[in-house]
Write a protein that binds this ligand. Structure first.
Ligand code: ADP
Ligand code: MG
Length: 446
């Protein structure tokens, strides 16, 4: 029997976790878990798949122990039931390598991965956190979670990066597994060559002997009827042997003009979307790429670039490359003027009017539900003081003025502004809600 008490314990655990993880992570991983039964001895949970179980244990074991009964080994007592997966294939034991291909074939299809497309180079934010976790889960436990993993999203948002990151991870941690990464174009070209050389069976043998197949840009299979069938056969043969497949595409499966059979197969596993990173993530990407080039960019300038290039990470990278070249050639520092000069044609909108302290105060007042006059005044109530510090923080981030000047607009010294900024920076590391409120202010100002 599920008693009120034990159900409460689980919801308390959820409440606790909710404050500590992102909204996306919560919705994707924790919200789908159902309590089936629970008693003073333990709890029985229904999870959609084994991946969610692993996620829960990997990330929250300590917290689970705090909320749930614990056994003699100090493990939380949880019985996991994997939900009925409908038409989804049952999960099987880890892959065992069964077929080994002749050495020459391995050499012929050498795994080519971009050396910088690795997980540790992939900057995470709300738009790609889920897909990154899914990719990492698959890289560490191939064939034991979702199969296939289908990644879709617009151009230049990191799909290929993630495919290669899986490749690197598997190559480094699981050397025995036979993995191959290929674009759909290359697959078709291989097939054409094999047909010409009458070596189709050799190619088939190669693909069917893989443990993990990473396929990029599946949209190129559209309108290639003759090849679709061969691809579909390879795909099914691997899936039937419980070999891991990951596919990247610019559209979700349902929007691809491919046969129903293959679309249905692609929808079997996990379909994950990668979106355009939000402003903060774009700034983090700019700073990361600039670091790699040993280029120093002030945060204000990074924001300025991120505000104007917002639909494609590849363009952000292009911007950094161009800036680096200019700065090196001219021996200049990266200033906003230089950015405007060198990047204006990459900008998706004309540089915006400068934000003023007055605008920031209005925006903060609206979001934090206080009055502008209170922000300007001396009230020390908790709400007003926090909102005031946010306004100072945003002013420092968004207005390209010295701290002394910003301080003067608030009737404060530059050290008060600095203190406010540090306080807010620390708070947003832990407080997702505050982070979102600030993002909202920023968006209103943009
Ligand atoms: P897609 O395959 O979706 O068109 P790519 O994977 O080729 O995009 O990514 C384009 C460029 O942007 C690559 O150089 C990649 O490293 C970079 N990139 C994309 N997303 C991120 C991210 N989240 N963090 C770091 N770099 C990224
Ligand atoms: Mg790509």
């Amino acid at each position: 029997m599920l008693t009120c008490d034990t159900r409460d314990t689980w919801s308390q655990f959820l409440e606790y976790v909710k404050k500590r993880c992102s909204f996306t992570a919560f919705e994707n991983w924790l919200a789908p878990i159902k309590v089936l039964d629970s008693s003073a001895e333990g709890i029985r949970l229904e999870v959609p798949n084994i991946f969610v179980k692993a996620y829960l244990i990997d990330n929250y074991k300590k917290d689970l122990c705090a909320f749930l009964p614990v056994n003699a080994e100090g493990e939380p007592v949880i019985e996991f039931i994997i939900a009925d997966q409908g038409q989804q294939k049952p999960l099987r034991a880890p892959i065992v390598r069964t077929v080994s291909a002749p050495a020459e074939e391995v050499a012929e299809y050498k795994l080519k991965l971009n050396p910088s497309y690795r997980f540790d180079n992939f900057i995470e934010g709300p738009s790609n956190q889920f897909v990154k976790s899914a990719a990492m889960g698959i890289a560490s436990h191939p064939s034991r979670s979702y199969n296939p993993l289908f990644i879709h999203g617009g151009v230049g948002l990191g799909k290929t990066h993630l495919l290669h990151a899986i490749g690197h991870h598997v190559k480094e941690h699981n050397k025995k597994l036979r993995i191959h990464c290929i674009t759909t174009e290359a697959f078709i070209n291989d097939l054409v060559d094999s047909l010409r050389n009458k070596s189709v069976s050799r190619m088939k043998r190669f693909y069917r002997s893989l443990d993990i197949l990473l396929v990029d840009d599946i949209q190129f299979l559209q309108n290639r009827l003759n090849f679709e069938e061969e691809f579909c056969n390879t795909f099914e043969s691997l899936i039937n042997q419980n070999k891991q497949i990951v596919i990247a595409s610019d559209k979700p499966p349902g929007q691809l003009k491919l046969s129903e059979r293959i679309v249905a197969r692609m929808e079997w596993g996990l379909v994950a979307h990668v979106g355009m990173p939000d402003l903060e993530t774009r700034v983090a990407i700019i700073q990361h790429k600039a670091d790699l080039k040993e280029l120093k960019i002030h945060n204000n300038v990074a924001f300025f670039i991120a505000e104007h290039i917002y639909s494609n990470v590849r363009q952000l990278e292009g911007a950094i490359n161009r800036l680096t070249a200019h700065c090196r050639l001219l021996g200049q520092d990266v200033t906003e003027e230089l950015v405007e000069e060198t990047l204006s044609e990459l900008f998706q909108t004309a540089p915006k009017r400068r934000v003023s302290v007055e605008n920031i105060l209005k925006s903060v007042a609206t979001v934090f539900e206080v009055r502008v006059s209170e922000l300007k005044g001396t009230s020390r109530t908790k709400e007003v003081a926090l909102a005031r510090q946010v306004a100072m923080y945003l002013s420092k981030e968004m207005i390209r003025e010295s701290l002394v000047m910003i301080g003067a607009s608030f009737g404060k010294t530059h050290s008060t502004i600095l203190h406010a900024c540090k306080t807010i920076e620390n708070k947003i590391k832990k407080d997702e809600f505050l982070r979102r409120q600030i993002a909202l202010c920023r968006r209103n100002l943009e």
